[in-house]
Design a protein around this ligand. Sequence first.
Ligand SMILES: [Zn+2]
Length: 180
Amino acid sequence: MASCMYTVFMLVGLVSVPQVIGGIGFFWHVADLHYDPNVFPDTQQKPYGDYVNDSPWSLVNSSLHAMKQIEPNADFILWTGDTGPHRKNSVENTISIIHDVTNLFIEVFPNTVVYAAFGNHDYSPPDQFPPHENNIYYAAANMWQRWYRDSTAKKTLLKGYCIYMLRRAIESLTQKIFLL
Ligand SMILES: [Zn+2]
């Protein structure tokens, strides 16, 4: 796979990609989980919430476990943000939401690399990402460091975007993934 830039608009998708050497590879793409800790679903009528609200924890949890059940051995997971709710959120709550969902990825996919990035609702206030270090970038960069292949990811995350090095199928090829 050569250098790629992805812009995808779906909640969860399984994508197959031809690898440079033999066989077929798979990766999960996850975006727009929009988890809101203040949404509590009707456990009898609508245990996974309602479309008029953002996602309760039960829906986020169910989505990741369904991914695991469908394809537990994906080569990697592309997590392109919008993890927080649509409503305005504090810096502390934004970090807490990213923390909770990061831990769920680690719990459900302990051996899978996750390439994570911010969505426009992963900052407080939404859409106002500054081009310099701040508490949210710093917290996320530390939470996601278990998935880094080199120091590039952390350096770029502290500026609000991400460049991750992919595993190299052929040493002479540089494979990067850019998440904006
Ligand atoms: Zn969204």
